[in-house]
Design a protein around this ligand. Sequence first.
Ligand SMILES: Cc1cc2nc3c(=O)[nH]c(=O)nc-3n(C[C@H](O)[C@H](O)[C@H](O)COP(=O)(O)OP(=O)(O)OC[C@H]3O[C@@H](n4cnc5c(N)ncnc54)[C@H](O)[C@@H]3O)c2cc1C
Length: 627
Amino acid sequence: MSPGLRLDLHVLDDEGRPGLVLGGPPPALAGPGRRTVPNGNGNGNGAARRPAAHPAAIRRPARLGPGEDWDAVVIGAGPAGSAVAAALARRGRLVTIVEPGSPRPPGDGGTLSPACLDAIEETGAGRAVRAAGFVPKTGATFLWGPSERPWSVRYGGADAPPAFHVDRTEFDRLMLRNALSWGAAARQGGRVEEVVLASGRASGVVVRVTGGGTENIAARWVIDASGPAAILARQQGVLRPAANGATAVWGCWTGAGRLLGPGDSDALYVGGPDTCLWCLPTAAAPDRVVVGIVVRDGGGVPVGPELEDWYDDAVARSAVLAKLLAGASRSGLARSAPVGGYAVARAAGPGWLLAGDAAGFVDPVLTPGLQLACQHGVLAARIIDAVLDGADEATALDLYDTVVRRQLDGFGAVAGNFWTAAAARDHGATTLPEVAAEAAGPDRADADRLVFLSILSGLPPSEVVHRLQIHVGSRTAAAALGGRPPMPGEQEGFAFLSRLHHDRRLVEARTSHGSPEAAGSLRLAPGTSVAPRAFVDPGGAGLTSRTVATNRFGDRFALTPQLEAALDTAASRLPYPAFVTAVGATGAPDTEVGPWLQLLADNALVEWDDPDGQVPSTDREVAGCVG
Ligand SMILES: Cc1cc2nc3c(=O)[nH]c(=O)nc-3n(C[C@H](O)[C@H](O)[C@H](O)COP(=O)(O)OP(=O)(O)OC[C@H]3O[C@@H](n4cnc5c(N)ncnc54)[C@H](O)[C@@H]3O)c2cc1C
């Protein structure tokens, strides 16, 4: 081990690209450093298919030849189903969708995130969505918790990815049209009754055809995108029902006022201890909005005609909404739906994958549903495409299952923090926005962002500022290594947030591990593993594999060869002097080896006894956790 080698730990995103680099100071890197860093363009498995650039380039009749089966059958033509069908058809796969065809009632609004637009791009529908006349979304404005002051989150600057408020009927139709334009087929007027399982492997579906009778559709893969119906999760017994009875009630209004100023087409959220109201502009007319309310414990929400008065009263109780809706009239009846979160124990199995709401539903307070539906759709397509090209199926399914369930968990945790903040009476002597204003300095926009990040992460604003500084430096370094470049807007915010979540657990679990030089013995932290891991290549080059260290929180790190050797040696539980000798350190071990070990310990990968030989408290926490 020679002085001057890098200490970087590359935090990997789900595609195996270094989303963050921890520990390494300089953004400018010498050539050899690059070779140890995955670039996301790893080897494929033979004839990988990249998505075609234009429908005309690959379009072929979506009809089967003699003796041919579908590559995939998709249950449901919602956003998830259309996304997976389009992304498969773009790769030249034979795919058909089955949809009963019950049209979504008009008037439903939906708000998209910039991250959703990225996934939509991969389905080939990006241009159509941008040209559809949906209301551009400038950001979100919150009146949250006890504070009287609204605060806003802006979606970046001119080069930020776009986001939209959409009419759901139009959006869903557009996504389906897009899938068909790429060569997918659709069986409208059919309802899937069950998935055919032969020796535990999905091999097609049984469809009840409108007008009577059933029909079997055989396929090598079945993707369940049936939304809350969750046909396959129920059939497989992997559905975990909602722990609470949250209910959403919503209605459309005409003649509404708008928020004034730059947030004119923001989504507006008004949160209290047990309810969250939202107001979204729609494309139908400038003064037409959808106003909804989520009641966390929906017990008090009536059904039938009483719902109308209940809804009007709930909206009128919010001063800001009463003001926006003064002079507005409601068009149509109020509608309600259960929105308690649910999850699945497994999101993929032999021959099958679950996508969108069929794979789980998190509290709608953060409106992630459409983003997740589109992201699951394109990931499912990549996975199936890779396996059809010869990638190892068990590895690919494991990867899909991990990504999907981790994402749902993350959003669930964020939503939990959101409700906690709404219920908080105060934050010490002052409200959260005031604390954030102090941490941010004179810039009001910064203070608003801080409140948002602080609420979502559950960390105090000063800790957010500290971590933001580290994050910006790390992202710059990651970009220099071929990782994701720093991006303005919500997407960057969410990347940071997901990091904050992990950091939060690290902060909570951190013990004063003191100086390793005085350590009794060095060892891997509980739950650390070092093993090859598969990643799916977004460009369609199949699965890639690289050696990855994973800590007990599920954070994954690419290792430089030196750190890999250090972890390997730590597994032998050596006293510090023996460790230094074993890793072949030369020169001054205190300065050379100490920082490496601190970096690994800070990320819960190694630990050591403190000088009096006491066991770090993490052992006890983890034992409690596992037990
Ligand atoms: C009140 C409310 C407000 C929301 N607001 C937002 C928002 O602003 N932004 C956001 O991102 N998300 C929002 N969501 C969440 C969002 O609507 C869902 O996450 C999204 O629709 C999921 O898409 P999907 O394709 O998985 O499922 P769905 O959109 O439910 O589509 C499922 C499809 O499967 C079909 N199907 C069902 N059973 C069968 C069967 N047996 N055979 C064949 N087909 C079948 C259905 O007809 C449907 O077309 C909201 C949800 C609610 C309840």
